[in-house]
Structures are given as C-alpha cells and as structure tokens.
Design a binder for this molecule. Sequence first.
Ligand SMILES: Cc1cc2nc3c(=O)[nH]c(=O)nc-3n(C[C@H](O)[C@H](O)[C@H](O)COP(=O)(O)OP(=O)(O)OC[C@H]3O[C@@H](n4cnc5c(N)ncnc54)[C@H](O)[C@@H]3O)c2cc1C
Length: 410
Amino acid sequence: MTGSAHENPIRTRCCIVGAGPAGMMLGYLLGRAGVDTIVLEKHADFFRDFRGDTVHPSTLQVMDELGLIDDFLKLKHDRIQKLDGCFGQQRLRIADISKTRAKYPFIAFMPQWDFLNFLRDKGQRYPHLTLMMKTEAKDLVWSGQRVVGVRASTEQGPIDIRADLVVACDGRHSIVRPAGKLEIEDIAAPMDVLWFRVAKGAETDRIFARLEPGRMMVTIDRGDYWQCAYVIAKSGYEKIKARGLDAFRADVARLAPVLRAHIDDVTSWDDVKLLTVAINRLKRWHVPGLLCIGDAAHAMSPVGGVGVNIAVQDAVAAANLLAAKLQKGPVTEDDLDAVRQRREFPMRMTQALQVMMQNNIISRALASGDRPLKPPLFMRIINALPPLQGMAARLLAIGVRPEHVQSPEA
Ligand SMILES: Cc1cc2nc3c(=O)[nH]c(=O)nc-3n(C[C@H](O)[C@H](O)[C@H](O)COP(=O)(O)OP(=O)(O)OC[C@H]3O[C@@H](n4cnc5c(N)ncnc54)[C@H](O)[C@@H]3O)c2cc1C
C-alpha cells in the first residue's frame, strides 16, 4: 500500500464490493435515491458465462416498479412458463407460472451479462452512482471495531475508499466476509456442475431438466447454442475425466438426444468448466460499518435458478431500509440488522427447499446406479394436480415474502 493511497482516500457514503446482481441492483437503487455510492468490480466486464441466466417474475416486478420493464423486455430473451422435467422415460410438469397471479408470469432467460449491462447503462443517469471496473477489493479498512472503508487494487495502483457503509456483494467466494471476521455456517451441497456449451442443431425441445439413473442435466436455450449444466456428485469430476472425453460425450448425448448433432463441439476438457456448488449462510450478516447481502451472505445452490433473484430481493430490501437514512449520514448496526431480519426468513426457506430438492431428487438420481429412476411422490402429485403446479410455481417464481421498491427517487 503506498502512502498516497492511504493519505488521499476516495470518500463516499456507501461502497459496494462486487457488481453481480446484488451489487448492481443495490448500486442502482442507492444512486437513484441520491446516495453517493461507489460499486467496485474486479473484472473488466460482465461477460462470464458461469452465471445464472434466469430473471424471475419477482425481479421483473422490481424492474416494473423502477419504470424499466419496457426497455428491459426489449432485450433478447426467451420466456418460459411451464417447467417440465424428464425422470427416466417419464415426463412431468413441475411448475406452471401461468397459474400464478404474477404481473409478468414467466421466467425470462437472458444472459446475465445483458441484465447487468442494462442496469449499468440505466444507472449512468444517476450522478451519485459510480461503477469502478477492474477494481478489486483486497481488504477492509478499520477504525477500532468499525469498518470505515475498503482497500482495493486498480491498474493504476492501490486505492483506499472511505465509506460510512461497506456492503459486501462479492459472491460465494467473498473476501470481504472473512475480512469482516464473519463466520459461515455450511450446509451440504452434494453436487457440482460441469458447464459447457453445444451448438444448436435443427432439432429442438423444451425439456429443461433431465434425470436418469446416475446422471442429471439442465439445458438452457441461449439462442444459437445450448448452455449445458451437467450435474455430478460432489468431487466426482476426476472420476468422469478418467473415463475419457468420448465416454462423457456419449453420456451427455444419451441423456439429451437434442445435443447429439453437435456434442463434438466439446473438443477437450478445457471446454468443460467445473463449477463448485455451495449452500451456506453467515451467522451474522454485519459488523459496524459492514453489511453482507446476496451470495456473500448466503450462497445459493443453482436448484430452482433462484439465486440471482434472491440477490436482487436482498438489494431491494437493503435499499428500502437504508437509503433514506444513508442520505442523511451513517447507519447504525440496528439499521443493518433490520436488513438481516427482513431477509433471513425468505433466504432460510429457500435454502430449505433447495436442500429438500437436492436430497429427494438430485442425490437420489446421482446415487441410483443402474436402478430405474422413479420421480418422488410429491412430484407425481404436483404433476397430477394442476393447481399445485401453480403453487410450486409461486414459490419458485415469486418466492417467500417478495420485496417491492420503496426506496425514494431523489
Ligand atoms: C453452477 C451454478 C449455476 C447457477 N445458475 C443460476 C441460475 O440459473 N439462476 C439463478 O438465479 N441463480 C443461479 N445460480 C446462483 C447465482 O449465480 C447466485 O446466487 C447469484 O449470482 C448471486 O448474486 P450476487 O450478486 O450475490 O453474487 P455474484 O453473482 O457471485 O456476483 C459477485 C460479483 O462480485 C465480483 N467480485 C468478487 N470478488 C470481488 C472483489 N474482491 N472485488 C471486486 N469485485 C469482486 C465478482 O466478479 C462478481 O461480479 C447458480 C449458481 C451456480 C453455482
């Protein structure tokens, strides 16, 4: 750290670390409320493909409340209302979002970089909001027991940013939460994901999830290619690699025949990224001067594709509770705890549902060897009773205790 960075820190009211869904939405809302806010993002852009692509009705509702929905829905996206899964040979309807009373009753599939670029572009109209790309938070700055800023590195050298509030939105591998001495409670996630893409052929289908004995895969339609998420048992990648690329490609094509025409696009293991799945949560979300939200406070599993939307909901709640106070000055720990109190129950409920799905469906499928796979009873009941498909969809699409924008616009 050079003397000049310490001596000439940048000053702001709120410094947000991480420009994912949580950080970008909170930055947008605070900038909109006239709170001086700096968002730090370590990457140069948002073009990383291992990010959730699902924009749920709860997030669409937030975009509506912000007056952004018309422009947002002009971005290229695919809409899904009915979620079907294949259990062996049996096709089941898991959820039907058209049966919810959501104002936007569909999931918009959109590359997450488009969503984040959109928020960045719309946020440019707020002079109180600054986004600093290629700026990586390295540590927190303390004054006694209080966090008073962030130490970061840029291409030009190290900088200090002094802020009344630091918000960690730096995701599941957060460096801010250990720096804030916040303790994590780990909840088992029995799987990891192999992430790769395959070009689309003439054939297409609308099956989202496929399960067979010993394997599971989700295919996301990204226009001219399929984004594939092949679910494997935790730490099982080496075993899959040992069987060879041909065996892997054959497994994938057998599971999802729609990929057969172009599965040779996967030419080496370099085309296959291993994404580790975690479910965890902080025991405390804050210390004086520091709050964690999004995956930094509670890493979400990909099950249900809800993590992005929960992160957005956290941001809306944080802005609702803190924006007006931050306009006037620093916030207290009680103010920060109000955010945790508001969001902890929905987060715990969602994680509990993810764990239930993991244990009853995914683990069973992965461990079932060659035994025929039978969908669990609750899924068969949902499939048989359409009103239940609406209830399942509501939990998935709108979630528990949805947030509405109440933070002011300056
Ligand atoms: C395999 C997989 C698939 C998933 N699929 C979906 C899905 O389809 N739909 C869905 O809703 N959810 C999905 N999720 C969950 C979802 O990705 C997360 O819950 C969500 O992205 C959390 O948002 P966030 O803003 O809290 O964190 P992140 O999205 O992780 O964003 C954190 C940001 O902080 C930046 N950052 C990190 N460290 C620093 C630092 N030191 N300084 C500056 N910047 C930093 C990162 O570059 C990143 O931009 C998936 C998760 C996994 C593992």
